[in-house]
Design a binder for this molecule. Structure first.
Ligand code: HEM
Length: 268
């Protein structure tokens, strides 16, 4: 079954709307190179079945808890690596504790997986591969960690508001709980923050070879995310089948609320 419903969380605006432009004949600033260089990978991850299922509200607590458990492992590795190399010249500019997601993920997971069963299980193959790559960079190429920070954190700041609303609507966590991952208390203005983040990126990747390596690594980071989602697609599919078998109560609820379309999605 193809879960893809061609729903877009937020269509990426043209690079020139948000990024510095390329000097004539010159090298593109890193923020622009990253945006352009990962466009295709981004489109692929956006259309992943699990992401689309989330957008359509067809995700249950179990599948969502699995996503949180995978992300907790990934962010723990990433944030440890960034902390360890925070004085490295290619990490310092983007080492920003205001972005840290590890504790927020742990709090959310405690709600969706209260017995902590998922963290006692071995990591899934895609989670393990993602974490292994970050650990390898931590040891051998800390100058490429920026690619992983960019891929996750700018993504979180871009889609967070919409995803928060979807999770709230679909999983209905108790008030004030279960949505910490989408809250950046130290970032009151995500748009201004992203602008500043891009300016920080532009102080890195100053040689064409280094910039190319960072963009290639970011594409790889997108691929790791795509692999995580592919693994979760099975759970989303099972949920769809269950819903179909039970006369699709979700659809009924959405219909009653006048929401038989996916929500209109905006980005920050
Ligand atoms: C349905 C899924 C997704 C949609 C529709 C989507 C869409 C978008 C949009 C519209 C932006 C631009 C926001 C802006 O410029 O201010 C954006 C930015 C971004 N997204 Fe996503 N996204 C999705 C999932 C993801 C995932 C899973 C990742 C990575 C794990 C990701 C990583 C990023 C990154 C790194 C940026 C910043 C691009 C830049 O300005 O250089 N996105 N996304």
């Amino acid at each position: 079954m193809n879960l893809s419903v061609n729903t877009s969380l937020h269509a990426r605006p043209p690079a020139r709307a948000v990024s510095p432009t390329r000097a004539p004949g010159g090298q593109a600033p890193l923020s622009l190179a990253l945006r352009e260089g990962t466009r295709k990978a981004h489109r692929l991850v956006e259309s992943a079945g699990f992401v689309q299922a989330l957008l359509r509200g067809v995700v249950d607590r179990r599948a969502y808890a699995r996503l949180l458990a995978a992300l907790l492992r990934v962010y723990s590795a990433l944030e440890r690596a960034l902390e360890r190399h925070r004085d490295h010249p290619d990490v310092r500019a983007i080492y920003l504790p205001a972005l840290a997601r590890r504790d927020a993920l742990a709090q959310d997971l405690a709600l969706y997986d209260p017995t902590r069963a998922l963290l006692r299980e071995p990591p899934s193959p895609a989670t393990r591969a993602y974490v292994q790559r970050i650990l390898q960079l931590e040891r051998e190429a800390p100058e490429l960690l920026v690619a992983h920070a960019y891929t996750r954190y700018l993504g979180d700041l871009s889609g967070g508001r919409v995803l928060r609303g979807l999770v709230q609507r679909v999983l209905r966590p108790p008030p004030g709980r279960g949505l910490e991952f989408y809250r950046f208390p130290a970032i009151p203005d995500p748009v201004a923050f992203k602008h500043d983040y891009r300016a920080r990126l532009d102080t890195l990747g100053t040689s064409p070879a280094r910039a190319q390596a960072i963009v290639a690594e970011a594409t790889r980071a997108f691929d790791h995310n795509h692999a995580l989602f592919r693994e979760l697609e099975g759970s989303a599919l099972r949920t769809v089948l269950l819903l179909l078998r039970s006369a699709n109560p979700f659809r009924q609820r959405a219909h009653n609320a006048g929401e038989d379309r996916a929500p209109e999605l905006v980005h920050t």
